[in-house]
Design a protein around this ligand. Structure first.
Ligand SMILES: [Mn+2]
Length: 372
């Protein structure tokens, strides 16, 4: 059987001057690819919408793309992500896709909690995003995060066991919106490290394939687990446009699966360091361009380089000028000589903040970075 897997579409994000229709077009690229490849199931592994309160334009674009799948006889399996408003796993009505689940559209399967979804050719164990706060506890932040990870792994194992118990002889697929321990993180890294519940990718070994969302960098986590990444470029630190797309997973129960990348061809992002080369800037057609000045420019210089970039085809230009060195309140010159943890501790002390939990969180974040 064939599954086309995407995640993190973020309909409604509209950053860098891009209209919502551009993200809708990417979603339509997904549907058309699914039809072209004659897949059995299209999987959307969370964050279809950018907010839990999408406007009529976003809802229309989502429904149109899903309808293309339905009319081609393709089943669609959707799991809610954090941006869809999935916060508390015990509250099935909390996310923006709840209405779509309630409609019970033919061939459209929306999970409202951790559940099994049966299609003619496979069984899907779907785990919506689960925030740490889903697990009631009086423990410390760190303990709660660890506990939430254990609970999630247990939930995944339970879903897998229930799949096996059904004994249909079809592939057992996992769909989830979550962080795995070894995942290579995108630009939201600092926000997530130490804050998000994480699971060990070994928990996916029991499935035929795991279709993951949440991390925006498309990647292979293990032999069984795959992140689709966001199909549009979300910023200058994101993967380049040519690496964006979907996974085509193909196989049968208990047999080795193949995993093929299908490009989504989103708008390119490009960084140009000044001065421009001879003959002006080389800009990919319609690219979102970031121009970096080495020294502080005059307003006229900024206007000139922006005009040249736009004339060369840029759709949006972001100008970066060097920032003057900042010194935080309470920071002294010799502080720079101290190890970073000591700097942090001293800063909290001087500014009259309590050291916990800020210090433990900072240490987690710092150690995660240096481990790479
Ligand atoms: Mn996302």
């Amino acid at each position: 059987m064939k599954i086309l897997h995407m995640a993190d579409q973020h309909l409604g994000l509209a950053s860098y001057g891009r209209p919502v229709e551009e993200f809708g077009a990417t979603l339509m690229t997904f549907s058309r690819a699914a039809v072209l490849e004659q897949v059995d199931v299209a999987v959307i592994a969370g964050d279809l919408f950018h907010s839990r309160r999408p406007g009529p334009a976003e809802i229309l674009l989502a429904v149109r793309a899903i309808r293309v799948l339905t009319e081609a006889g393709i089943d669609t399996v959707i799991g809610p992500g954090n941006h869809d408003g999935m916060g508390t796993i015990a509250d099935p009505g909390s996310h923006t896709l709840a209405w779509m689940a309630e409609l019970a559209l033919n061939r459209v399967h929306v999970a409202t909690g951790p559940e099994l979804i049966e299609t003619p050719k496979a069984c899907f164990a779907v785990l919506p995003y689960a925030h740490r706060r889903s697990i009631e506890s009086t423990a410390t932040l760190r303990e709660r995060t660890d506990e939430a990870s254990r609970v999630l792994e247990q939930t995944i194992n339970d879903l897998g066991a229930r799949q096996l118990a059904r004994g249909r002889g079809v592939p057992n697929v996992f769909v989830g919106h979550l962080t795995t321990v070894s995942a290579r993180l995108g630009s939201e890294a600092a926000m997530q490290l130490g804050w998000d519940t994480t699971v060990d990718p070994a928990v996916f070994d029991r499935f035929d394939v795991a279709c993951l969302g949440h991390i925006h960098v498309r990647q292979v986590v293990s032999e069984k687990a795959f992140y689709a990444g966001s199909p549009d470029v979300h910023g200058f630190d994101d993967q380049p446009a040519e690496e964006k797309g979907f996974w085509l997973h193909e196989g049968d129960q208990g047999t080795p699966w193949t995993h093929r990348f299908i490009a989504s061809h989103p708008r390119a992002f490009q960084t140009i360091d000044l001065p421009y080369p001879e003959g002006g800037p080389g800009v990919a057609k319609g690219a979102v361009v970031r121009i970096r000045f080495a020294t502080g420019p005059t307003p006229a210089e900024i206007r000139d380089v922006v005009d040249l970039a736009k004339a060369a085809g840029a759709s949006f230009v972001k100008v970066v000028v060097p920032e003057p060195e900042r010194r935080y309140r309470g920071q002294s010159a010799e502080l720079g000589e101290l190890p970073i943890k000591a700097q942090m501790e001293r800063w909290l002390e001087v500014n009259g903040h309590s050291k916990e939990p800020a210090l433990s969180i900072a240490v987690d974040v710092i150690s995660s970075f240096s481990a790479e």
